[in-house]
Write a protein that binds this ligand. Structure first.
Ligand SMILES: Cc1cc2nc3c(=O)[nH]c(=O)nc-3n(C[C@H](O)[C@H](O)[C@H](O)COP(=O)(O)O)c2cc1C
Length: 150
């Protein structure tokens, strides 16, 4: 089983809780997972994963700078090799999140990755259900990969 790669910036306690929840969801399914900070994630990591989950905060109406840096480094090395890679996105925003969502989706359309579900947008006051939704996101990808439906 090729691991699920989780690439998420975690500038705050809440954003770290969410990334950990994704990890727990995957591990609960006994599926291999690689967690890497965006600035340490390389094209080789993407080329060797079986699915990818991107997590970003919305900053200034866009994806976080760390996630943008990640895409800038991996885009061309991965462009021809990772088409149809199963992927999912969660966004942690203050009150909005649409700009971050669109900015990531636009790049991923170019990469031709295959979405396993729509974007998971988590905004407003932090709620416990955000954690549950991130855990479900992780387990959903893991189960789908196990069953070969993605
Ligand atoms: C520099 C900066 C810019 C931000 N810009 C936005 C924004 O454009 N839209 C938004 O909804 N939230 C924005 N936020 C809020 C962050 O998305 C939020 O702090 C992040 O999701 C972490 O959530 P937390 O504070 O609940 O831990 C911004 C935060 C920072 C530090």
């Amino acid at each position: 089983m090729k691991p699920i790669l989780v690439v998420a910036n975690t500038p705050s306690k809440n954003s770290l809780v969410l990334r950990n929840a994704v990890q727990i969801g995957i591990e609960d399914c006994d599926y291999p997972v690689i967690i890497k900070p965006p600035l340490e994630t390389t094209a080789a990591d993407v080329l060797s994963c079986g699915g990818i989950i991107i997590g970003t905060t919305e900053n200034f109406g866009y994806m976080s700078g760390q996630i943008k840096d990640f895409f800038e480094r991996i885009y061309y090395p991965c462009l021809e090799e990772t088409q149809a890679l199963p992927w999912a996105l969660y966004i942690k925003a203050g009150l909005d999140g649409t700009g971050a969502t669109k900015s990531v989706e636009k790049i991923v359309v170019g990469l031709k990755w295959k979405p396993i579900q729509g974007p998971l947008l988590l905004k407003g006051e932090f709620q416990e259900k955000f954690t549950e939704e991130c855990q479900t996101l992780g387990s959903g990808m893991a189960e789908g990969l196990k069953l070969g439906i993605f």
